[in-house]
Design a protein around this ligand. Structure first.
Ligand code: C2E
Ligand code: CA
Ligand code: CA
Ligand code: CA
Length: 275
């Protein structure tokens, strides 16, 4: 570094000046994107491991940029978790899912349970259960068709979560524990929290093919099922993984092997086929 100007750049290089500018653009673009319906709900089908039939889906958000390209949630969700907008985004997705389920029903299509992700920030925002209750009741959709995914990392941060799950349950929602095994897990949480379904993180599914890893998977699946909860495996990409999980009697399979997340029109077509 020879002079002030170089030092200036060296400093900004370290924290990646371009990223900061891009992040600011995304943060500032939130309101307009929300108003202009630039946030799209995509649908990743979940399949029964034995029959290969679609049994449900997960709602995954994408941001349609002005040039038509898609921005992935991994890019913008951390920003909105920092500035609080995630609460409105999660609510938007929840509302869109309820609205779409209602629309399909009115078209005479047999709908399936669809899970929505709720960030830990939305979770700890006051009256989240009451708020979501009002929305689903407004659209008059049966609670069994809209499920809540709570990520594992939400748990260690707050013991209030047990009460929240209870409130969601009392309202009639199923609660899925997302990303199980991704690093935060404590087996004790399985026993303390009344989840309906455990979603095995991709990192665990990737153990298939490894001798000790397979023993661990087998143990986890049996443990979860003996506690009376269902299991969905995430990130299933290979036939070998599917076969192994099917053998363990793992209930549902989600992953590229069967289907990537689909845009509304494509998922809609699949749903109609499935009827
Ligand atoms: P997630 O909830 O764990 O969702 C699963 C992610 O894995 C999705 O990425 C999905 O496209 C991807 N995936 C599914 N099957 C496979 C596979 O076989 N192989 C691989 N490599 N990946 C697979 P996506 O859509 O990019 O979402 C990333 C994360 O963003 C989600 O992880 C979730 O944490 C978050 N997210 C997405 N939508 C929302 C939302 O509406 N609200 C909140 N709070 N978070 C969301
Ligand atoms: Ca999820
Ligand atoms: Ca997950
Ligand atoms: Ca994840």
């Amino acid at each position: 570094v020879k002079n002030r100007r170089d030092r200036h750049y060296a400093f900004y290089d370290e924290i990646d000046y371009d990223t900061i500018v891009e992040n600011k653009k995304l943060e500032n673009g939130f309101e307009k994107a929300l108003a202009d319906k630039k946030f799209e709900v995509w649908y990743q089908p979940k399949f029964n491991s034995h029959t290969g039939k679609i049994v449900g889906s997960e709602a995954l958000i994408r941001w349609r940029a002005d040039d038509g390209s898609l921005i992935s949630p991994g890019r913008f969700i951390p920003l909105f978790e920092k500035n609080g907008n995630i609460i409105r985004l999660d609510e938007y997705v929840f509302r869109e899912v309820c609205r779409q389920q209602k629309e399909w029903q009115e078209e005479g299509i047999q709908i399936l349970p669809e899970s929505v992700n709720i960030s830990r920030f939305s979770l700890y925002y006051s009256n989240v259960v009451e708020k979501y209750e009002r929305i689903i009741n407004y659209y008059d959709v049966d609670h069994k068709y809209v499920q809540i995914e709570i990520t594992e990392s939400a748990i260690i941060e707050n013991t209030v979560i047990v009460e929240l799950i209870q409130k969601f349950h009392d309202a009639g929602f199923d609660i899925l524990l997302d990303d199980f095994g991704s690093g935060y897990s404590s087996l004790a949480s399985l026993n303390q929290m009344p989840f309906d379904t455990i979603k095995l993180d991709k990192s665990l599914v990737d153990y298939v093919g490894n001798e000790n890893g397979e023993k661990l998977l087998k143990f986890i699946v049996q443990l979860v099922q003996s506690l009376g909860m269902k299991i969905t495996a995430e990130g299933v990409e290979y036939k070998e993984q599917l076969d192994f999980l099917e053998n363990l009697n793992c209930d549902d399979i989600q992953g590229f092997y069967f289907s990537k997340p689909l845009m509304l029109a494509d998922f809609s077509a699949k749903l109609t086929e499935n009827n």
